[in-house]
Design a protein around this ligand. Structure first.
Ligand code: NAP
Length: 306
């Protein structure tokens, strides 16, 4: 693929931004990647690893002359960063973000942006429980979805170009409105994370099962909860603070379903449990058929050695 943006500026240099930089270089999608992060040690790491061509002391400097600006900071920091960079954006530039919540980001960022720049919010549905500049890798977005949520009145050419860029990073691209995105993600990501946090919290409280037993026997399901519950606390705090309505809606439904299963167990209703688990198994099959996970036993860990 050829160059799509001459100059890309990454604000925030953690897992997502560094992975975007590696993937941009892999495909030659930009001539120059400028970067900015809050702390000096992160900026130094970005230079040392080499995924940025230049690293700047301020976000304002980093966005100067950039054709694409990517906000890759925690959702709660997006508004302040947008206010800081707004006067320094190049006319005609596209500004996007990678935040896990969309409506709140649009609300926080859009009011700061000057006329003549194109705001196309986005969210790559790819990640790991690791964070920081050392955690990124070029293949993170391969075969994963990135959802763009262009705001009303957005220049279609700017949205198309950003979509092409994400395809160059390896992703499939879809579009939807911000509110729908937040509901979809509440079901597929945010509430499951909350449940994982809760489950690990429960095990922590349960003194009848010793810590060593929890660790030793965690392969039986619990290990996947612990991986998810190791995710970045800042990021996930911000997700729940900013996707409050949709998460509470889905959590309410989850609680109702839990009571249904609890009752079936109490009543010894094997048919109800069997039918329920048959339906959920079909959902898992659908995810595998869509290429979003592996059917290998234990998620392919045996082979991967992890
Ligand atoms: P990360 O690895 O923790 O990196 C966050 C980066 O933002 C760091 O470089 C940090 O700088 C910088 N930062 C934090 N506050 C800042 C501020 N006020 N001003 C400037 N820079 C600031 O996080 P990430 O996983 O890449 O997540 C970034 C965004 O992507 C979040 O909005 C998250 O919701 C979204 N996202 C994450 C995932 C995932 O699985 N991790 C997936 C999809 C989308 P310092 O290092 O200097 O502190």
């Amino acid at each position: 693929m050829s160059v799509i943006y001459d100059r890309v500026a990454l604000i925030g240099l953690g897992l997502i931004a560094s992975s975007m930089a590696h993937a941009t270089k892999r495909a030659g999608l930009a001539r120059h990647i400028a970067g900015y992060a809050k702390t000096a040690s992160t900026r130094e790491a970005a230079l040392e690893i080499g995924f940025c061509d230049s690293v700047h002391e301020t976000a304002a400097e980093a966005v100067r002359d950039a054709d694409l600006v990517v906000l890759a900071v925690p959702v709660g920091a997006m508004g302040a960063v947008a206010a800081e960079i707004a006067p320094h954006l190049k006319p005609g530039a596209t500004i996007t973000d990678v935040g896990s919540v969309k409506a709140a980001v649009v609300e926080a960022v859009a009011p700061h942006l000057p006329e003549g720049v194109h705001f196309v919010p986005g969210h790559p549905l790819a990640g790991t429980e690791h964070s920081g500049p050392h955690s990124g890798f070029a293949t993170l977005f391969d075969n994963r979805w990135t959802i763009l949520t262009p705001v009303e009145g957005c220049d279609p050419a700017a949205a198309d170009r950003l979509g092409t860029y994400w395809q160059g990073l390896g992703a499939h691209v879809d579009r939807m409105d911000a509110a729908h995105h937040d509901l979809v993600l509440a079901v597929t990501s945010h509430t499951p994370h909350l449940i994982a946090y809760t489950m690990v919290g429960v095990a922590d409280h349960l003194r009848r099962v010793t810590e060593s037993e929890v660790i030793k026997y965690s392969a039986a399901g619990f290990r996947d909860f612990t991986r998810i519950a190791a995710s970045d606390p800042t990021m996930w705090r911000d997700v729940f603070l900013t996707n409050k309505e949709a998460t509470l809606d889905i959590l309410g439904r989850f609680t109702e379903e839990l009571f249904v299963l609890q009752r079936a167990i109490r009543m010894g209703d094997g048919d109800a449990l069997f039918d329920y688990f048959t339906r959920t198994r079909a959902i898992r099959r659908g995810i595998i058929e869509a290429g979003q996970d592996t059917a290998a036993p234990d998620f392919g860990r045996g082979k991967a050695g992890g």
